[in-house]
Write a protein that binds this ligand. Structure first.
Ligand code: ATP
Ligand code: MG
Length: 269
């Protein structure tokens, strides 16, 4: 058992993009596994009723005793609901379709946007990183994720309409920062499913760099079939085929994030 009092609380990051199928869950799972490979203690919170982050971590979403739903409505603690991803080397707060009912239950609760934040507070000292895989909506669930986080990581494909969607998301983050969570910051944009042979993707990537500068992570995740195959084996891509280009990119991303967060902390001190 690690000493939970000797370290400050975990850094809590949402993986968010209101667009569907852009690589949020793939990023959440592989970043969790990458950080674990770099000897960090990680909790992955599956905030999506689809339960893909749970399944992709090798945990059967329909066969868990309790899940995030019970935690959010106060019927379970985070400890009771947490399951170990043996394959990934990190902990998971699992979800399944039951979680979609939380939207309705939360509306009636006081402090409905801060239930997740309060719950995660119980375990913050046990982890170096808590990653929250958000659903593809700006729902009350996503709001709970952002209200409880220090920052947002946005995975995105370098497509024409991506920039438009991005400004909506950045405005949402600003609104949450002003009204709900003054700690929230944009940690960075991660280019995923990237194909440098496609001229448009290269152009959008260049535009991103000129608009967002240092907020664009140096690591770029290529389109790589090994990353897409891995969830059907219940393994993070980083573990499934460590030598694949996709795995290498996520391992580099984990390292970059550790460096970047360390630098932020020093700058804030
Ligand atoms: P949703 O909005 O439904 O939650 P998402 O943003 O979480 O989706 P993923 O589920 O991570 O997106 O990815 C969508 C699909 O793209 C999946 O089939 C996944 O395996 C595939 N995929 C993700 N990243 C890559 C990649 N770098 N290379 C190839 N396939 C990828
Ligand atoms: Mg997802």
């Amino acid at each position: 058992m690690t000493d939970s009092t000797s370290k400050p609380g975990a850094r809590v990051f949402c993986i968010a993009n209101q667009k569907g199928g852009v690589g949020k869950t793939t990023t959440a799972i592989n970043l969790a596994a990458s950080l674990a490979q770099h000897r960090k203690r990680v909790l992955l919170v599956d905030l999506d009723p689809q339960g893909n982050a749970t399944m992709g971590s090798g945990i059967d979403k329909n066969n868990v005793a309790v899940n995030l739903y019970q935690v959010l409505i106060g019927e379970s603690t985070v400890e009771q609901a947490t399951v170990r991803s043996e394959s990934g080397g990190y902990d998971v707060l699992p979800s399944n379709r039951e979680l979609s009912g939380a939207e309705i239950d939360l509306v009636q609760m006081e402090n409905r946007e801060s239930q997740l934040k309060q719950a995660l507070h119980q375990v913050s000292n046990r982890y170096d990183f808590i990653l929250i895989d958000c659903p593809p909506t700006l729902s009350l669930l996503t709001l709970n994720g952002m209200a409880g986080a220090h920052g947002v990581i946005i995975p995105m494909q370098c497509e024409y309409f991506a920039l438009e969607g991005l400004s909506d998301l950045v405005n949402t983050i600003k609104r949450i920062y002003r009204n709900l969570n003054p700690d929230l910051e944009l940690i960075g944009l991660l280019r995923v499913m990237f194909d440098s042979r496609v001229t448009l993707q290269q152009q959008v990537s260049d535009q991103l760099e000129s608009h967002f500068g240092d907020k664009v992570f140096k690591a770029i995740v290529p389109r790589n079939v090994r990353l897409a195959e891995a969830p059907s084996h219940g393994l993070p891509g980083v573990i499934y085929d460590r030598s694949s280009r996709g795995a290498k990119a996520y391992l580099a991303f984990g390292e970059e994030l550790i460096r970047r967060v360390g630098a932020n902390r020093r700058a804030a001190a």
